[in-house]
Ligand binder design. Structure first.
Ligand code: NDX
Length: 256
């Protein structure tokens, strides 16, 4: 049966960190090509409806840790912290897999990115789940530790911002519409990438709550993946809408 190999966790986390840096170097100059940054000439053949794409792509990040948690024998009952944290991760991806895709009004998603996105979600789902279920050790009172409580708070806050902001984006379109408008309300009052800001806060909260290398590597990856994207969204809006609110920042309210 499976057991914890600390060197495997170290290797997978380091590779995740390296992928993060690769993304940063790739996507600081040019955005990743989906959504509003997709090249117009792209053949429709290589695209998948947004609903299917997000469902398929994010599913492994829910399924892999959920299965690891359910199938571990003997079941891991102590400490509570591990299961709670694993459930938080699964909870986010339950939302992202089973709820988000069914409401999205996004444009069709490039097949190639769907492929890499799926690989990524398998990889990260395994790393986070495997670490929490086979490796992590917490004292029995971890649930009252300031790292756990403050991290959990940030996680919930970030998740709330992320879900609310994605809802505001969705309401900009009628079903079937694919045009872009100026997002209004919520944290969009302050930043162009309100949903990304929420997601980043969420995963840094998760990292603090788990206090683990894999989770910090994933938070860093998220920052490097959608941080630049927020910046490119911001530039897109400034270029497209002459009446775009001047005081709005790209990602971090009042700062950047
Ligand atoms: N999926 C994370 N890298 C990604 C898919 C792409 O969950 O090869 C990372 C995730 C993957 C990426 C994933 C990993 C890295 C990949 C990348 C592709 C290439 C890259 C694999 C897995 C890669 C290397 C080289 C390292 C291997 O038509 P539309 O779609 O634009 O419509 C949009 C709409 N909208 C508007 N509607 C009207 N008016 C406007 N002004 C609008 N602006 C937007 O709203 C969408 O329907 C919707 C949201 O759009 P947008 O662009 O704001 O968000 P989006 O990027 O689509 O993300 C959706 C949500 C969001 O909450 C975000 O926080 C979360 O997913 N997310 C996204 C990406 C990654 C991630 C979270 C994470 O890292 N945690």
């Amino acid at each position: 049966s499976m057991q914890c190999f600390p060197s495997l966790v170290l290797a997978l986390s380091s590779l995740l960190g390296a992928l993060a840096l690769l993304q940063l170097s790739l996507y600081l100059r040019v955005p990743s090509r989906y959504g509003k940054h997709e090249e117009r000439l792209c053949r429709p053949r290589g695209r998948v409806p947004a609903r299917c794409a997000w469902f398929l792509q994010e599913l492994p990040s829910f399924l892999v840790p959920a299965l690891l948690l359910a199938l571990r024998s003997p079941p891991r009952l102590e400490p509570l912290g591990c299961r709670l944290l694993c459930c938080l991760f699964c909870w986010h991806y339950f939302y992202r897999t089973f709820i988000y895709p069914f409401f999205t009004r996004g444009r069709p998603f490039p097949l190639q990115l769907l492929f890499f996105g799926t690989l990524f979600c398998i990889y990260n789902g395994f790393l986070q789940g495997y670490y929490l279920i086979y490796c992590a050790e917490y004292p029995n009172d971890w649930c009252t530790d300031i790292r756990f409580t403050s991290g959990l708070l940030l996680f919930l806050l970030g998740m709330g911002i992320n879900i609310h902001s994605d809802l505001l984006l969705r309401q900009l379109r009628k079903p079937g519409e694919v045009t872009y408008k100026i997002p209004q309300g919520g944290l969009f009052t302050y930043v162009s990438g309100a949903n990304y800001f929420g997601e980043i806060v969420e995963w840094f909260g998760f990292a603090i709550a788990t206090w683990s290398l894999p989770a910090f590597a994933f938070a860093f990856f998220t920052l490097c993946c959608i941080g630049p994207r927020a910046y490119h969204h911001h530039r897109y809006y400034l270029k497209t809408f002459t009446d775009y609110p001047k005081s709005r920042k790209a990602l971090i309210p009042f700062v950047f």
